[in-house]
Ligand binder design. Sequence first.
Ligand SMILES: Nc1ncnc2c1ncn2[C@@H]1O[C@H](COP(=O)(O)OP(=O)(O)OP(=O)(O)O)[C@@H](O)[C@H]1O
Ligand SMILES: [Mg+2]
Length: 252
Amino acid sequence: MSGTDSGIEYYARALRAPRISDGYQALGEQARQGGWTHEEYLAAVLSREVAEREASGAALRIRAARFPGHKTLEDFNYAHQPAADRNLFAHLGTGTFLHEARNVVLLGPPGTGKTHLATGIGIKVAQAGHRVLFDSAVGWVARLAEAHDRGQLAAELARLRRYKLLICDEVGYIPFDQDSANLFFQLVSSRYEHASLILTSNLSFSRWADVFGDATVASAMIDRIVHHAEVINLTGNSYRLQGRIKPQTLAN
Ligand SMILES: Nc1ncnc2c1ncn2[C@@H]1O[C@H](COP(=O)(O)OP(=O)(O)OP(=O)(O)O)[C@@H](O)[C@H]1O
Ligand SMILES: [Mg+2]
């Protein structure tokens, strides 16, 4: 029976596996030349379909996550940031922390790699099959305020819990008014022990009371965040200024 009337293309369409149609003939040729067993040939056809399906799923999840840039853990220069342990980040990239709804907190001055590392972990876990969403703290609060105005806050928080990982960048750059602080608290509280957060901030926890305008809210929030968390304190000068301006110049 020739390749075209074997029915394979019909079956591939019925299975919604179009790459089987694209690849089975060339693989069949390889199999004949290489003397593959039937099982080896079938495995090769199926594994190609699965690999390409996973790759396109990963690409879709990465696009849907709305990362601010394509920054990967592989691109990170660990020698420049000794406070970041390569093995720890490789481990975080496997996404096992998501199964226990653990959090990751990246603290440190501007330009020390917080957004880069948060994005790098996010890309890895998206590739591993998890749904991720990235936004700034201000962006999250705006989204929740909008849901609140529609009377849909609880529904929005429940919807967001379907994302295994939310990345909340730049906590502390802009102080929150009381309503915003409360919305942010609800985000943290709704994910506590259910789903993970990665938070980045240029401020140490001791200064979060200033951001949230209320020491009680800040400490209740920090308590929930750090109960199951990796807290990583990045140090040093901004990578952005490397070889440009010396930090002393900025201070003057
Ligand atoms: N160790 C590093 N290796 C490679 N690139 C780095 C490193 N640290 C920072 N960068 C790069 O420097 C720039 C600034 O880093 P990043 O945006 O992660 O800083 P940040 O800590 O989030 O700063 P900010 O608090 O201002 O948002 C980015 O382009 C990032 O890719
Ligand atoms: Mg940043």
